[in-house]
Design a binder for this molecule. Structure first.
Ligand SMILES: O=C(O)CCC(=O)C(=O)O
Ligand SMILES: [Fe+2]
Length: 345
């Protein structure tokens, strides 16, 4: 290709002009890239133009409408002061000085930038990976390795589970108005006493309401059937083992004019689990996490194990069963029947 004198001149002029433009366009604010514009083909060119400008001229940008749920961000923001206010020895449990992968906690003054000691403390995380480095591999491969999280090993909760889980097939009859006026109680307010976690299939159409959960303000919140889902709620033993960090939420079912079906599956808890074992085993882990509040009504729910009234999970579960199904209780457990029935916790 022959490049004419004229075209070289043209190019020079262009380069000069571009240099001028870029000097004159030195940014005075950081652009915002609205990711919702990507959803519409008509606004995509505008998005790409502003992204091009941001990437080539600024090198900094905001993204808005990014899709990360606000409550996820809010709970992270809320957790930070609590995390950093942990005593030094707790933070040291995950000290970076234990990690050849430079992962974990480093205290104020232990980091240096531009030759000067920084005044910040930090917890550093990375993609969770196993350690692969050994003598002979490049030293930088030693950067690869696991995090030092304070999370619990995956098997932790298994030791609390029982050999017996329970499943119920339940029908709430549709009631005529006069019966509904007398009582709407399909099942009264309770925290699940059968154990660990409950997995519930709501087996009637979404318009058949009934299940409600009690919030911290003492209001009953509908838990309608969302097709394709199970409702999962926490049982009393899990609340105890997690030191109240995870709440066994009070719930009930209101009857209506429509028949309703449900299928709850209750994960069982070891019958010989003692309250001391339940409280102590994971105490150190959970006591640093502050238990949330519950409503006064929720707090007053009958809960023998939570109140430490019986020594074992099995006994408090037997008491609940005897009290719930009294004919059976009288028939098979006469020796404890009166005691359990009269024992309002
Ligand atoms: O039927 C339902 O939706 C809930 C039943 C329940 O809470 C229970 O049996 O513990
Ligand atoms: Fe329940």
């Amino acid at each position: 290709m022959v490049i004419s004198h004229r075209s070289v001149e043209h190019c020079d002029r262009l380069i000069g002009a571009r240099r001028l433009v870029s000097m004159s366009s030195s940014f005075d604010k950081i652009p915002t890239i609205d990711l919702s514009l990507v959803d519409n083909p008509e606004t995509t060119p505008q998005l790409l133009d502003s992204l091009h400008y941001a990437l080539t001229e600024v090198g900094f940008l905001y993204v808005s409408n990014h899709g990360v749920p606000i409550d996820v961000i809010a709970s992270l923001v809320q957790a930070l002061p609590t995390l950093f206010s942990q005593p030094a020895d707790v933070k040291k449990c995950v000290a970076m000085e234990n990690s050849p992968h430079f992962l974990g906690y480093s205290s104020v003054g232990s980091e240096t930038t531009a030759g000067v000691s920084d005044r910040r403390e930090q917890f550093e995380f990375a993609t969770e990976l196993t350690e692969v480095w050994r003598e002979g591999l490049p030293l930088y491969e030693r950067l690869r390795g696991p995090n030092q999280a304070r999370s619990l090993p995956p098997e932790t909760f298994k030791s609390f589970l029982s050999d017996q889980h329970r499943l119920k097939l339940v029908r709430y009859p549709g009631l005529p108005p006069e019966d509904l006026d007398a009582s709407k109680q399909g099942v009264g307010p309770h925290k699940d006493s059968s154990g660990w976690w409950t997995f519930l299939l709501q087996a009637s159409p979404p318009e058949v309401k009934g299940l409600q959960a009690l919030n911290k303000a003492g209001e009953w919140i509908d838990v309608p059937n969302v097709p394709g889902t199970f409702v999962v709620n926490i049982g009393q033993a899990f609340e105890v083992v997690t030191n109240g960090t995870c709440k066994a939420t009070t719930h009930r079912v209101l009857s209506s004019s429509r028949e309703r079906f449900s299928v709850p599956f209750f994960q069982g808890v070891r019958r010989d689990l003692t309250k001391i074992e339940a409280v102590e085993t994971l105490k150190a882990h959970f006591e640093s996490l502050s238990p949330g509040q519950e409503s006064t009504e929720g707090h007053s729910i009958d809960s023998a194990f939570l109140r430490g009234k019986y020594d074992t999970w099995g006994e408090s579960q037997l008491r609940t069963k005897v009290r719930s199904h009294r004919e059976n209780g009288r028939k098979f457990y006469a020796q404890v029947y009166d005691r359990y029935i009269s024992d309002d916790v």
